[in-house]
Design a protein around this ligand. Sequence first.
Ligand code: NAD
Length: 445
Amino acid sequence: MQVSIIGTGYVGLVSGVCFAEKGHQVLCVDIDPTKVEKINQGISPFYEPGLDELLERNIHTRLKATTEFRQAILETDVSLIAVGTPFDGREVDLTYVKQAAKQVGEALKDKSTYHLVIVKSTVVPGTTDQVVLPILEAASGKKAGVDFGVGMNPEFLTEGEAVSDFMYPDRIVLGGIDDQSIDLLGELYSGFEGVDRLRTNNSTAEMIKYTSNSLLALLISFSNEVGNLCAAIGNTDIVDVMQGVHNSRYLTTILPDGERIVPPITSFLAAGCGFGGSCLPKDVKALIAHGEKHNSPMPLLDAVIRVNQAQPQQVIDRLHKHFPSLQGIRIAILGLSFRPNTNDMRESPAIPLIKDLLAQKAVLKAYDPVANREAAHILGSDRIDFCDSLAQVLENVDAVVLITRWDEFRSVPQLLSQSDPQPLFIDGRRLLDKHSIDRYEGIGL
Ligand code: NAD
């Protein structure tokens, strides 16, 4: 199929590259000419494992990036809108979605053949039918369901694993205003055999995405709340508590030979310094705001956000246990991105934590395998010494704080074993064995 993708961020570019890999002809459209230029040179504008390789293989054969909206719509059969939908402090900000819909609609005015418009951005239930569809009709002067189709296809990829998530999806949700829209959207995914497909309306498709993210956020905040109680009680460890919980037959399947199948959901039933990223915080907040708008408050999700926002303080409290004042205390920060294998810093718990430490006049060093530059851009580089290696960041410090679960950090016990005296170590993710470091402190311990 001939596909245009509007917005070449994490979702748009990964979708575009993967659809090209599956054999479609893809035009990626963005308003940012620098991004477009980079993509056309075969370079991804952001770090994502495996993406550069697929991009290089498909660029200029099945994939091209452009800033030319009209041409992209005219030359393709299907357009996917994958622009950002940030939270503006009150509700989901649909500015970019509305702009993209208007631009697609204006191009459709000059199109004589049927076109399918799909919303791939995460938007609150009702947006595709009540906001995007009317904009498309007004801008094109054409009729949805007759001249063009409209659908909603939420994306479930996780940054850091985006390419494999997209190439091997766990589900494909096909929302649409009619069978023709859903059938054509289904054709776009014809190369993804054996994956469960759910045909539904647009509003339900939109709600599936929010519900999925809200559940994950809920499990994390639940684990953090219980972990904080474990720490307050004393002599109780959240890691062992959760191991006992995971072993429930409701969570793990026990095969006839006694082997346990540990489902990935248990990774969300773990305490840490809080969730971040471009999705969970903003999506939960947007759903709460949407609930209020519809007179259906969501106190449970309200609490999920409150618990999460308070969680970085758990790290500060542990530092204060050992250093009543942090002024002049030399602290190494391990990991800056919101999760491993990405340089995305959006809503990373590292940001409020580092700001607080700087306000308390701590002396900071930091190291992230790929996000140093992005973090320096957000936090400034004048008061933080960004290091090039793990060994370097661990040199001459009073305390070490682990924020991101990078695999590389598993070698910290060995590296610290050579330090004399040993710095205090605070495990913000419970990544390491608590017995592997002398002065170990962890969330939920
Ligand atoms: P992003 O901020 O990385 O990218 C958005 C892109 O859209 C930018 O390159 C921007 O220049 C471009 N853009 C904005 N307005 C445009 C316009 N009118 N025409 C063309 N391009 C335009 O965003 P993202 O992280 O890829 O997220 C996109 C959507 O997908 C959001 O709704 C998000 O919630 C959802 N989502 C994101 C993830 C994720 O892990 N990042 C996962 C699932 C769903």
